[in-house]
Design a protein around this ligand. Structure first.
Ligand SMILES: Cc1ncc(COP(=O)(O)O)c(C=O)c1O
Length: 380
């Protein structure tokens, strides 16, 4: 057995796929042009960016010109939310609907908008970790500008009712934003819904390089999305996100997106096998799971072990497996999970909750070998 700690924190960030890394490396070495330059190096860079845009767009049934490259989902969320502010003010629509279980990269921009005079309704989840579509739709008012709903929760892995909301959100003046950072390339169908106006995605959650992401901005003939940029500069990305494009990262992101869709079923099967093994191995500890198992993606569990505090659990598992308490941000910020507390998880379990997240790349034999040590160390 290798002495390296087994990495089980894939919802925080995924290890890069070796095929993607080879492509990123090739681009850094060989594709040296600026995608905005007129010469052959620039043209080659432009072609690479076009190809990546197509690869990403295809996964979500979007068009090439609907993909705006950003630095990641945090920036995409900020562009989607703050980008609509001017329109909200001029049209008198200053109400936003979102949920209590969003990532901080949505909740913090919304908190800032509250300080700027917007009204924000945050819909709570049910105990199973899922927000009811009805509750989201019932919160929409005549002055609602935006509904922002995450696709898959980063702490519990619970899939949210994006399609149900998209189907029934008929008011044409209400924009629908989906933070798809955790589900893009993993749960394909909901993200192909044409009612979605804006969608945030990130490369480092799908085995691509960190530092690049995208915002899908729907282009409809009859209904333009009145988005204003956060940055001003050289006009790249239709003026919505100026700055020299990181061609190598974008190329890797495109390949990672394409692979995620092509391999979605085999990855799912591999993750399910790991899930089965992990849950069976942990059973002697009488774990309490947060988020209904039948609603979650197969590569994550959020779990408490009775009598063991989360920080304590992580420390005891040092050198065996690496995992998180809630979101990576929450770990750094050292606050209790806002997601689990919104779900009504009682305090002792809240203090004990850890998130274990793996991938199709996780070595199932390694995990099997470590399970006895995990159980031993987690006994209260
Ligand atoms: C649901 C969700 N939204 C947004 C983000 C932020 O993504 P990025 O790290 O690409 O900025 C994350 C990452 O943890 C996430 O899980």
């Amino acid at each position: 057995m290798s002495h390296m700690t087994l990495y089980l924190d894939c919802n925080a960030t995924t290890p890069i796929d070796p095929r993607v890394l080879a492509e990123v490396h090739r681009c850094f070495m060989e594709e040296i042009g600026n995608a905005g330059s007129p010469h052959e190096f620039g043209l080659r860079a432009r072609d690479i960016v076009h190809q990546a845009r197509d690869q990403i767009a295809k996964v979500i049934a979007a068009k090439r010109n609907e993909i705006i490259f950003t630095s990641g989902a945090t920036e995409s969320n900020n562009l989607a939310i703050f980008g609509l502010v001017e329109h909200g003010i001029t049209s008198g629509r200053k109400h936003i609907v979102s949920t209590r279980i969003e990532h901080k990269a949505v909740l913090e921009p919304l908190a800032e908008l509250r300080r700027r005079g917007f009204e924000v309704t945050l819909v709570p989840p049910e105990q199973n970790g899922r927000v009811a579509a009805d509750a989201v739709l019932d919160a929409v008012r005549s002055d609602t500008l935006l509904v922002s709903l995450m696709h898959v929760n980063n702490e519990t892995g619970v899939i949210q009712p994006v399609v149900q909301v998209a189907e029934r959100l008929v008011a044409p003046d209400v924009f629908l934003h989906v933070d798809a950072a955790q589900g893009f390339g993993k749960d394909l169908a909901p993200l192909r819904h044409s009612r979605i106006d804006l969608m945030s995605i990130s490369s480092h959650k799908i085995f691509g390089p960190v530092g690049v992401g995208a915002l899908m901005v729907r282009r409809r003939r009859d209904r333009a999305i009145p988005l204003t940029p956060l940055l001003y500069g050289g006009g790249q990305e239709l003026g919505l996100r100026p700055g020299t494009l990181p061609v190598a990262l974008i190329s890797g992101f495109g390949m990672a997106a394409q692979l995620s869709a092509a391999e979605v079923e085999s990855r799912r099967t591999a993750c399910l096998a790991i899930r089965g093994q992990l849950l069976a191995g942990l059973a002697p500890l009488h774990p309490v799971f947060h988020g209904a198992g039948d609603l979650t993606l197969p590569h994550v569990v959020c779990v408490s072990f009775p009598g063991v505090d989360a920080d304590d659990a992580i420390e005891r598992l040092t050198g065996v497996i690496a995992l998180s308490t809630g979101s990576a941000c929450t770990t750094v910020c050292a606050t209790a999970s806002h997601v689990l507390s919104a779900m009504g998880v009682p305090q002792p379990e809240l203090d004990g909750a850890v998130r274990i997240s793996w991938s199709h790349q996780t070595d199932v034999a390694e995990l099997a070998q470590r399970l006895p040590a995990i159980v031993e160390r987690l006994r209260p």
